[in-house]
Design a protein around this ligand. Structure first.
Ligand SMILES: [Zn+2]
Length: 131
């Protein structure tokens, strides 16, 4: 499985990670199928945002509502690792829903994509395009 992301959406994730540092940034991946065409930035409402993230529930509700109204689908989530590699941490694995959604993890000016599969996170290759 391969993910496609627009350079604009990728740039927005990198900018959100830089802006949130030293806290974890987080947000929602929007698009269609495996095409990520937009992201929605969310507040990290976790009590220890240095090492954890929790997407503001209202932002999630709003994104699902917009999708039902004909907008872009919620196809996954992004968050940053201010101190670790762009790979699922032990905390991420413990919190994963195993629902097949795509996770983008940002660290060190790099974005990597993972599928939150029932049997664990699987690394995804991706391409970047302008549209
Ligand atoms: Zn993480």
């Amino acid at each position: 499985m391969q993910v496609h992301v627009t350079s604009r959406a990728r740039g927005q994730m990198l900018a959100a990670a830089a802006a949130a540092h030293p806290f974890e940034a987080c947000g929602i991946l929007l698009g269609d199928g495996v095409r990520i065409t937009d992201v929605r930035k969310a507040a990290n409402v976790h009590l220890t945002p240095e090492t954890h993230f929790e997407i503001d529930p209202q932002t999630l509700i709003d994104a699902h509502r917009a999708a039902r109204a004909g907008g872009l689908q919620v196809i996954g989530y992004y968050h940053s690792h201010p101190h670790g590699p762009p790979a699922p941490s032990a905390t991420d694995r413990a919190c994963a829903a195993g629902d097949g959604r795509i996770w983008a993890i940002i660290a060190s000016d790099e974005v990597r994509f993972w599928r939150d599969a029932p049997d664990g996170f699987a690394a995804l290759s991706y391409t970047v395009s302008d549209t």
